[in-house]
Ligand binder design. Structure first.
Ligand code: 6R9
Length: 649
């Protein structure tokens, strides 16, 4: 019997695939039952300088928590992404860069990329950057972002990429936390036909740093915009390169030496510096890229994420390059000059695989079929999504339009912390269900637990945990190992807690239901409510603030801020604008609130804890589901909030 809600593996994939369903189940079972042997084998996808003899050394026990993979092996990540391809594929395109303006593009071969990375790595050394130093990267989507990351990896420096949409304040916080003394930026970037200044932001951020002092700012000139310059501190990227030797031997690094830090939001406190190491991360990224995308060399792989996010790290840079593939790096946005751009780029460059976020799909879907009008799209053989749950309508639209009802969609669930895909279909192996991230990657043991950490069996719903380690797992929170233990291993003893809720159906497919903690997912970007609230209360007119997410057609979740002003402050339009701009300034445009509601009081328990559940229900217009409000210190607040909410219209 055919089930209309299940999309079987297309014939084209049955004939010619890396792995069919039986193959997946067999390999998955072996990866669990013979776990070490499986990972011992997988480590072989990399070139090691000194081969590892140890594979897995892990304890999830709170008292002695440690995660180490391939620990006695040595390697260099940039050599794995570049040097080892030179002999056989040196002239293949490593990066296909596509500019913001239509018609602009550039192909960079492995040989060219290797050459520029070597020069820049020497340039970093000439500025005094050493193995183990943290280097901040604040760049738009230009090839130099890849060069900068790989150059750090080449000399054993730890990169900390900060999304170029973040404000000077947010950038300063990350530079302080990482303690970096060098930052790489551009004078400005181009996005959607506009130029976005970056160097000025860096100058402001440097002035705001409290813990670290920046010694050098390397500036890539990518627009004609004028750039403020501080002699002695600021270094022109082109001039720096011109002064270097072409040869830069790759540093021999331990498998467990840090590769990068990437900041991400959690439910409490400041963003955390998620730390990934070298051997395990690259092994896992490479493995997933090959199987999830059934990737074959020569294919053009377009992951549309920014390098400022983990998806950009793993699937724009590290995995495709480790696998000797061609990665497409797109500078622009999906709707510039108009909503047909994504399809036009696919056709113009004959792209094979397209991997984008549900929020982009929903934004395009809002335009009907216009985004694919006049496009052939025949080069595409596989689609992917990542970053947030995809609603079945958007899935089906993507499948029908971009996929021409022929391309499977791999809905990949994972996190900054997990390094690469964890729950995902594989195109030749997994019948698809729209909205489900389906089944686990090799070596991954997901489970659902109740509030007490009891493992639930069968078709059910609960908190998503992972029972055992995998090589791509984060190793610590930079500078705060206790926070790592507290955040991920303390809610449920002996398990990695993802912070997500999920449902498992009768076919053992997983359906992510969203965060169960106070983290919002706005257009696929993670934002902690605590972070937003602490930025808000730093405003001189604000006494108190509570932020919740609410369902938003395009963004998935929108930002809803309840704000109590200081006595004497006027809750008028001017103030609303000021508050809105304040969040943009403190964090960045991605933190722009969708709704600001003035709230003379907030619903609090007698112990003073804000009951967000109630605020979430009001924001979502679900007044009949407020639940028990009798434990509130002042239940009358609720009625006031509802009437203010309704007055917003
Ligand atoms: C890769 C990335 C992680 C959070 C994660 C979850 C949500 C990511 C998803 C998904 C449903 C998917 N998420 N992929 N939810 N289906 N396919 O996005 O990392 O920025 O750290 O976000 O995003 O809630 O916990 P990150």
């Amino acid at each position: 019997m055919s089930n209309p809600s299940v999309y079987p593996v297309p014939d084209t994939y049955l004939e010619n695939t890396l792995l069919d369903e039986e193959g997946y189940l067999e390999l998955y079972n072996r990866s669990i039952h013979d776990n070490e042997a499986f990972w011992r084998e997988q480590g072989q996808r990399l070139d090691w300088i000194k081969p590892y003899t140890q594979v897995k050394d892990v304890s999830y026990n709170k008292e002695d928590l440690h995660i180490r993979w391939y620990a006695d092996g040595t390697l260099n990540v940039s050599a794995n992404c570049l040097d080892r391809h030179l002999a056989e594929r040196g002239d293949d395109t490593a990066i296909l860069w596509v500019g913001d303006e239509p018609g602009q593009s550039r192909e960079i071969s492995y040989r060219e990329l290797h050459a520029e990375v070597s020069l820049f790595a020497n340039g970093l050394k000439s500025l005094g950057v050493k193995r183990g130093d943290v280097v901040t990267i604040y760049l738009p989507m230009i090839p130099q972002a890849a060069v900068a990351m790989l150059a750090c990896a080449r000399i054993g420096a730890i990169h900390s990429v900060v999304f170029a949409g973040f404000s000077p304040e947010a950038l300063a916080g990350r530079m302080d936390d990482g303690g970096s003394r060098v930052i790489i930026t551009a004078n400005a970037g181009r996005r959607g036909g506009r130029s976005v200044v970056l160097k000025q932001n860096v100058d402001k951020a440097i002035a705001l740093c409290k813990e670290t002092s920046i010694e050098n700012v390397v500036v890539v000139n990518c627009t004609d915009d004028e750039t403020p310059w501080q002699e002695g501190r600021d270094v022109d990227y082109g001039k720096l390169l011109a002064a270097q030797d072409a040869e830069c031997p790759a540093e021999e690094m331990g498998a467990e030496d840090p590769l990068f830090i990437l900041y991400t939001s959690g439910s409490t406190g400041k963003p955390k510096g998620v730390l990934h190491t070298s051997g395990g991360y690259l092994t896992y990224a490479s493995l997933t890229h090959q199987y999830v995308f059934d990737y074959r060399r020569g294919e053009k792989f377009w992951c549309a994420a920014d390098v400022g996010w983990i998806t950009g790290h793993s699937y724009v840079i590290y995995a495709p390059l480790a696998n000797g593939g061609t990665t497409v790096m797109y500078e622009g946005v999906p709707n510039y000059p108009d909503v047909r751009r994504v399809a036009q780029v696919v056709d113009e460059h004959q792209i094979d695989i397209l991997y984008i976020a549900p929020t982009a799909i929903r934004a395009l879907m809002a335009e009907g079929d216009k985004p694919v009008e006049g496009a052939s799209l025949e080069s595409l053989r596989l689609l992917g999504t990542v970053g947030e749950p995809i609603n079945p309508e958007a899935w089906k639209w993507y499948y029908r339009t971009f996929g021409r009802s022929q391309c499977p969609i791999v809905d990949t669930w994972w996190q900054t912390e997990t390094g690469a895909a964890m729950l995902t279909p594989m195109p030749g192996a997994t019948p698809l269900k729209p909205g489900s991230a389906t089944r686990p990657m090799f070596g991954i043991q997901p489970a659902l637990v109740d509030g007490e950490g009891n493992i639930l069996e069968g078709a059910t719903e609960g908190n998503l945990v992972i029972l055992d380690s995998w090589p791509g797992q984060m190793r610590t929170v930079f500078g705060d190992h206790q926070r790592f233990i507290d955040t991920y291993f303390s809610t449920f003893a002996g398990m990695y807690f993802t912070g997500d809720g999920a449902r498992r159906d009768e076919d053992n497919y997983y359906w992510i239901t969203g965060r169960v903690d106070d983290v919002l997912n706005v257009s696929g970007h993670r934002m902690g409510t605590a972070e937003l609230e602490s930025a808000l209360v730093a405003h001189p007119s604000i006494a108190e603030a509570a932020v919740v997410g609410f369902p938003h057609d395009i963004k998935g979740q929108g930002i809803y801020a309840y704000i109590t002003l200081n006595a004497g402050e006027e809750p008028n339009e001017e103030m609303r604008l000021a508050v809105r701009n304040w969040l943009r300034q403190e964090i960045g445009p991605i933190a722009t609130p969708d709704v600001i509601q003035w709230s003379p009081g907030l619903p609090k328990t007698r112990s003073g804890k804000i009951m967000r559940r109630i605020l979430r229900k009001i924001a979502a217009n679900e007044f009949d589901q407020l639940g028990d409000i009798s434990t509130l210190a002042d239940p009358a607040v609720v009625e006031q909030l509802i009437s203010n909410h309704n007055a917003l219209g």
